[in-house]
Ligand binder design. Structure first.
Ligand code: 13P
Length: 342
């Protein structure tokens, strides 16, 4: 393991007020998003969408790294240029999702376990050869009556740590993603408690398994009330709870925390990230960044709708969301930015 190289990559991923763009939807997930907009669900349209993202002028001003999916990292444009080359040439570091998705957990109704450790060492070697410099693994934690169970939390944390150790061995920075889902009627306080418990379990396992924290990016969910919770928390309450929870559970050695958006609107995700940086940035040991998929892609995908004629307008919408999130890292995002489309 080249520790310095891993630390350097991790640092660059959260430098310059930039963040990550997750464009690593599995084929079924990407198809689901397309179906909702009437876009044909084919390999060709998935390629066209990812090409649109990768060729957005100026994207690298705000995006340090892009997370790809196995199909995507192998795709080429009509001229035969590999997408990963387009991304690298644009000044964006390519990463790769390496988990094989979350499946129903045996004996634990309502809970999921992420698969994909078998053969992972070989796959990481191949992705590294192809030019990937970091990887992502997502564990999912559902909140509800009697869940999450200890079994789900511990097994998910252990899998994340095993994945992270294999990544570092292969010279890839692991993005460690324990997602506490928004579905349910749980309160902010309940989400706080579960998120703290999950993060503590994750960092205990990372320690046990010898993962070098300086070469890791944490990708957590924000601490939020459930989607069906009647009490709507303010942006400031969410920011305070999220930062308090992270300060309790995330060691200072971690260089960066890049949130997932989890189904929040683009505006809310930006506003909440902004509030965290505005209120706490100077007092935090790690950078607070973003690694959004839907909160960056959604408006652009709606505009594109699979039509060539809409590519430019969609790219402008994508760049707009990326800029809003860079501003949020600086604590400079405001609703006025949305109005002007600046
Ligand atoms: P969202 O930002 O849409 O939650 O996606 C982030 C991600 O990478 C999920 O694994």
């Amino acid at each position: 393991m080249n520790e310095q190289a891993l630390m350097d990559i991790a640092k660059v991923l959260v430098a310059g007020d930039k963040g990550l763009l997750a464009m690593d939807e599995s084929n079924p997930t990407c198809n689901k998003r397309f179906a909702g907009l009437g876009i044909p669900q084919t390999e060709k349209t998935r390629q066209a969408w990812r090409e649109l993202i990768a060729t957005t002028p100026g994207l690298a001003e705000c995006i340090s790294g892009a997370i790809l999916y196995d199909e995507t990292i192998r795709q080429r444009n009509k001229q035969g240029t590999p997408l990963i080359k387009t991304i690298t040439d644009a000044g964006i570091i390519p990463g790769i999702k390496v988990d094989a998705g979350a499946k129903d957990m045996a004996g634990h109704p309502g809970e999921k376990m992420t698969e994909g450790l078998d053969g992972l060492r070989d796959r990481l070697g191949e992705y590294s050869q192809m030019g990937a410099r970091f990887a992502k693994w997502r564990a999912v934690i559902a909140l509800g009556e009697g869940i999450p169970s200890r079994a789900c939390i511990e097994a998910s944390a252990q899998a994340l740590a095993r994945y992270a150790a294999l990544c570092q061995e292969a010279g890839l920075v692991p993005v460690v993603e324990p997602e506490v889902l928004m579905e349910g009627d749980h309160t902010l306080a309940q989400c706080f408690e579960t998120t703290e418990e999950v993060l503590r379990a994750v960092f205990r396992q990372l320690y046990i398994q010898g993962v070098m924290l300086e070469g890791v990016i944490l990708k957590p969910s924000m601490v939020l009330q459930g989607l069906a919770c009647p009490k709507l928390e303010t942006v400031e309450e969410v920011a305070d709870a999220t930062v308090k929870c992270l300060l309790r559970a995330v060691p200072a050695a971690v260089p960066g925390i890049a949130f997932l958006s989890g189904g929040q609107s683009g505006e809310l995700a930006s506003a909440r990230l902004n509030a965290m940086n505005l209120r706490f940035k100077s007092r935090l040991p790690w950078a607070l960044a973003f690694s959004f998929a839907r909160a960056i892609q959604r408006p652009a995908m709606e505009i594109w709708s699979g039509r060539d004629a809409n590519v430019e307008a969609a790219q402008q919408a994508l760049l707009h969301r990326a800029r809003c999130n860079r501003a949020a890292r600086r604590g400079e995002y405001s609703a006025a930015m949305e109005a002007t489309g600046a």
